[in-house]
Structure formats: C-alpha cells, structure tokens
Design a protein around this ligand. Structure first.
Ligand SMILES: [Zn+2]
Length: 462
C-alpha cells in the first residue's frame, strides 16, 4: 500500500514511551544506546580504534570521547559499518542530482549537509532509521501539531505539502521530501519542493498555484513569504506552517501565524539526525529522547546544567546503524528547560539558538530592494567544483565580499573564475546584475556567536 507511517510496531512504541514518561523513555534510551555501542565497536573500525581503551562491556556515554564532523569525514570508510559503503562510492552517487533520495546501494538514503554548516559532509541512513523518522513524524509531530479542524483544512487542500528548501543538491530536507514522493503516486503528486534558489516572485507564483495545506521551510524564507502574504501577493490558506533548519524567534513565529492565519510550529532536525525535536504550543522543542540523546556541553565538553545556554551539544543518534553517530559535536547552543513543560509533554524541552544565516537585502539598479535567501546564494558558491567552504559578506547596498576555502589540489584560479561566473549569473537572474563582487584575499572567518560558522553575513542595518 505504501501509506503506512513506517512500521506500526515503531509507532506503538513511540506512543507507549511517551505515555510511560521519563522512566519509559530512559529505559528505551539506555537499551538502545547499549545496542548502538556494541554495534559500533563491532562494525566500525573507527569506533573500535577510538574506544579500544574502554571496558569491553558497560561503557557509559560520558566515558566516550566526543567526535566532530571533520574527524568523521576524514575516516569515512572506517566510520561506516557496511564495508560496501565508501566515500568514493557515496560521492559518485550524489554527483548526479537526478539520484536525490534514490536508494544508494539498493537500501540506503544518502544526504549531504547544506552549505550553511561550513563543511560539507555525507550521511547514510539505513532502513531502520527511516522507519523511525517516518513513525515519529506521524505519531508525535502529527498528533501534537494538528487538531480535527487542521485535519479538515488539510483535506480541503488535498494534503498538499510545499517545502521551500535548498534543492539542486542532496540536502537532507529536500531529500526527505523526495524519499516520501518515491513511496507512492499520491505522495509524488501531493508533496513538492520549491527551491529557495528561485527568485521570490517566481516562488510566490508557484506557491499560489500549488495552494498547499502545509508549508515547510527555513524561517528566513518563511518570514519573507509572510511579508508577501501580508502584502497580498501571496494568497495561501495552509493548516500548518512548519519552520525547519534554522532557529527562529517567538516574534517571527507570531508574525507568520498572523500572516498565514494558522498554527506555526518548529522542527529541529539535522543532516546527522533527521528528526531530533518538535515544538509545542508553548514554543519549546520536545526532544525524541528515546531515539536521540542531546547533551548540552561547554567549550571543554563538560555538561551544562538545565536552564543555562550551552556552548555546543553532543548528539547520539540511536536510530541509525550504518553510520553510527555517538557524542557528535553538533555546534548548536541549546538550553534545557529545568522544569516540566506546561504543555504536558513528558519529552525533555529545549530551546536552540545560533543556527541562522542572514537574509541579504540588496539594492538593484532601479533602487528596488531584492531579498536573497542565505541558502540560495550560499549553495550557488558551494556547488562550484573546487570549493570547500565559502563565506559571503555584504559590504554595502550592492556589494558582496567573497571568501573561499578551496579543496586541496584544486586549481585556484579556475575555481575563482567559476564561482564569480555562477554567482554573477545567479545575481543577474534575480535582477541584481549591478551588484559588485569582490574577491577577498582572506579565508572564511570562523568566529561567530556560539562558535557556529556563518556563511552569509548581511550588512548591519544603518
Ligand atoms: Zn511543551
């Protein structure tokens, strides 16, 4: 049939775990962690090496060394637990955009992290993990977010789901939609990705024509769309607006709710763990703590108590086996709510800060302001061969300074030429042929609030 929300046994277990409260969640978390650890030590040469000095049985999470994206990507072939999965194979697979969400090695879902995280990486998900995420979307997000009235409004709009996300690459968000579209003919018609790379006026026209029941996207994109809705150019009547991929503020959420006249909720996921948490009516994100462990830590990876914002957060993904993620430095600043959330959800409640690039407001030759989404312009640069990492800094109303980190062995002059050419073409399409691009001598700058890399930096308002 293909209309199942994943395996029903997983769905039932999610409901039971939530009903049992912290004791039931902790029991599942501990047994899944023990399984993951023994699987990682058995199947991953990298973890076997990292954990060789730890006791063979019963190592605690806190005893394990934290790890980051750079270390994992450098040892990709040793990291994965299926020897048939290699970095070379995965890179060859994702080099073709037509293969987005197609089964990699006949059974895996493959995605890349978006350019906004600074360093590209590749993530492989197995069938079990996909089942868990599908089940969570259905049993937790759907149940918490939608009431009978919303379901009725969704039915009226044919359950159409519009996702305004970075397309043209194997990103997790657009990849997930494509994975769902590949499940059955109904979903392939009802779910659609609208690339944020498109000029805003095109996006508005396409969304008006599609008339979605659910609108998902980066808050930076959704805020621009809310402005379009208020201005009367966009005319959507969704039952739900879902913000994903970046942090948002309560103010921005309230503006969107007002503009679209519906419930606005936040979703916290990453390429490293597709579904981590989802927001409630009190604006707290509830962590699926039976399938993911989030440890807020300071600069030295020591635990940060509830109620204080952390420097970073360590993620342990309990759902995915093929590429174990254990105490992974995610880089987000997280604050854990010390007391139970008044919404009544027993899942731990957090807030996340510092995952945000800027929207650029550039001046066209005729004096109009054209708004450019950070992921849209960032991905134009990152998809240029030879580019490892980039940073775009707005230095004036119509000026951008471009910083590049090139891949080892790349032809620098050629990479720069290509980046300038593709960026110029992109800006021309947006009506911004007048914008000046300056090639910076310095590399991208790492320093930012909470240590999180920012790829796109707007000129501060005067
Ligand atoms: Zn809550």
């Amino acid at each position: 049939m293909g209309d199942q929300p994943g395996r029903w046994s997983v769905v039932l277990d999610l409901w039971r775990a939530q009903r049992e409260g912290e004791a039931g969640l902790a029991r599942r978390r501990e047994s899944r962690f023990a399984d993951l650890l023994s699987h990682a030590r058995r199947g991953s040469r990298l973890y076997r090496r990292l954990y060789r000095d730890l006791p063979a049985e019963g190592a605690a999470l806190r005893d394990l060394p934290p790890i980051n994206k750079r270390e994992l990507m450098a040892a990709f072939d040793e990291w994965v637990t299926d020897p048939g999965v290699t970095l070379a194979g995965a890179e060859a697979f994702i080099s073709d955009p037509a293969r987005i969400a197609a089964p990699f090695r006949e059974k895996y879902f493959l995605c890349t992290s978006a350019g906004t995280t600074g360093q590209p990486a590749l993530f492989v998900y197995d069938r079990g993990a996909i089942d868990v995420y599908r089940a969570i979307n259905f049993a937790r997000l759907g149940v918490a977010w939608l009431d009978a009235g919303d379901l009725w409004r969704m039915a009226l709009r044919g359950y159409r789901w519009a996702a305004v996300l970075g397309a043209d690459g194997h990103y997790a968000g657009a990849g997930w939609i494509e994975l769902e579209r590949r499940r059955d003919p109904f979903r392939s018609l009802a779910y659609r990705v609208f690339p944020v790379q498109r000029p805003l006026a095109d996006l508005v026209a396409a969304l008006n024509a599609f008339d979605p029941a659910v609108l998902t996207g980066y808050p930076s994109a959704l805020e621009l769309l809310a402005e379009e809705q208020v201005a009367g150019r966009l005319n959507l009547r969704p039952a739900l607006v879902e913000c994903a991929g970046e942090s948002t503020t309560q103010d921005a959420g309230a503006r969107m709710a007002e503009a679209f006249g519906c419930t606005v909720r936040n979703f916290y996921g990453a390429s490293e763990c597709l579904v981590m948490a989802f927001s409630c009516g009190r604006d707290w994100l509830h962590v699926n703590s039976d399938w993911a462990i989030l440890e807020p830590v300071d600069e030295d990876f020591r635990p940060v108590p509830a109620g204080e914002p952390s420097h970073s957060v360590l993620l342990t993904n309990l759902a995915n086996r093929v590429q174990p993620i254990v105490r992974y430095d995610l880089g987000d600043s997280v604050l854990v709510r010390p007391d139970p959330c008044p919404c009544g959800n027993p899942l731990p409640a957090i807030r996340v800060a510092g995952r945000r690039d800027d929207v650029l407001r550039l001046e066209a030759a005729d004096g109009r302001t054209v708004k450019i989404l950070p992921l849209a312009i960032g991905s134009v640069v990152d998809e240029t061969p030879g580019v490892h990492r980039s940073q775009l800094v707005q230095t004036g109303p119509a000026a951008i300074r471009l910083r590049l980190d090139l891949k080892p062995g790349a032809d620098g002059e050629e990479a720069w030429r290509n980046v300038i050419a593709s960026l110029s073409a992109y800006l021309r399409e947006q009506g911004l042929a007048n914008v000046g691009l300056v090639r910076a001598g310095e590399p991208p700058e790492q320093k930012a609030r909470f240590g999180k890399f920012r790829q796109v930096i707007a000129v501060p308002p005067a």
